[in-house]
Ligand binder design. Structure first.
Ligand code: SF4
Length: 297
């Protein structure tokens, strides 16, 4: 039975039994997104999804990056709850998967750090770009992000939109909540039926995490990180390959000491053995926060 072609590349009559070689499959037709929300299901993501609903946007697909490095409760409770809500709005939730932090630490023979933040590219951007290439090959969808200028110094100059966003495969990217204050954002979250979280999203245990985030790590988090640190071993200079730089954390070396540091009062942590800075540590003095708009906090 003939049907209208929806691939928008050619004017033709599309026969789903035989196809024209260019048209998407019936499943892809169903998914075909007009708007794609990049989501971690943290506060800004929930607010953005609610905003899209209140704007009566249609053809919305919400894409969650399963980094393989989320805190356990986030992946088993928060994400399923949020996906059910997304479906109830008439939107489509999708997950894209990455190889995970452990694999990239092995591949790079070390952990990412601020000036070598390959994690954002490999855990989030590359899997998303592959998904976009498969599901929006002619780049017609608009990408929505929950970036807000109030969030950080780094985001104060973030643009409202990019006509061709390089990290979105050249698609148009818009940040509708750019000027939203935290209280306006929280109003959206409340209307969505969620309670604003008092911490950042936990879809990725972050190499840039501060004390408050690290304090939330439980034994499951600590044991996983410790195992990967142990397996990563030492650099050629004899430095342990650890997730958090000792010279940034009063000498705390390895995740168990890092957690002790996080639980200590400011400036009061005393490491069992102080680590002298090396060249990498000095370079990191000029650190910059994550520059990838809307991908990482
Ligand atoms: S959240 Fe942190 S660890 Fe995860 S990809 Fe972003 S910068 Fe890297």
């Amino acid at each position: 039975m003939a049907d209208e072609c929806v691939c928008n590349r050619v004017v033709c009559t599309y026969d789903p039994d035989f196809g024209c070689g260019l048209a998407p499959t019936p499943q892809e037709q169903k998914l075909r997104p007009h708007f794609i929300i990049r989501s971690s299901y943290g506060n800004d993501s929930i607010a953005l999804i609610q905003w899209a609903y209140e704007q009566e946007l249609e053809g919305v697909v919400v894409v969650y990056s399963d980094t393989g490095w989320a805190r356990k409760w986030w992946q088993t409770e928060r994400v399923p709850q949020a996906e059910e809500w997304v479906k109830s709005l008439g939107f489509t939730p999708v997950q894209v998967k990455s190889v995970g932090m452990e694999a990239i630490v092995k591949q790079h023979k070390g952990w990412p750090f601020r000036l070598g933040q390959f994690c954002t590219d490999e855990l989030k951007i590359a899997p998303m770009q592959a998904w976009l290439a498969a599901h929006d090959p002619d780049k017609r969808a608009v990408i929505l992000t929950g970036v807000r200028r109030e969030e950080s110094e780094n985001r104060k100059t973030a643009p409202h939109y990019r006509l061709k966003s390089p990290n979105d495969g050249g698609r148009c990217m818009v940040s509708p909540l750019l000027e939203f204050t935290e209280s306006r954002r929280d109003e959206l979250i409340s209307r969505a039926g969620f309670v604003p979280l008092d911490h950042r999203s936990e879809e990725c245990r972050c190499i840039n995490a501060g004390k408050e985030d690290i304090k939330r790590f439980d034994e499951d988090d600590i044991a996983t990180i410790e195992r990967i640190e142990t397996e990563a071993g030492y650099t050629s200079k004899g430095k342990p390959r650890v997730m958090y730089r000792p010279n940034k954390h009063l000498g705390a070396t390895g995740i168990r000491q890092i957690v002790e540091w996080a639980r200590s009062a400011r400036g009061k942590y005393a490491a069992p053995a102080a680590m002298p800075p090396d060249d990498d540590d000095i370079a990191e003095q000029d650190e910059v926060a994550c520059q990838k708009e809307g991908w990482c906090g």
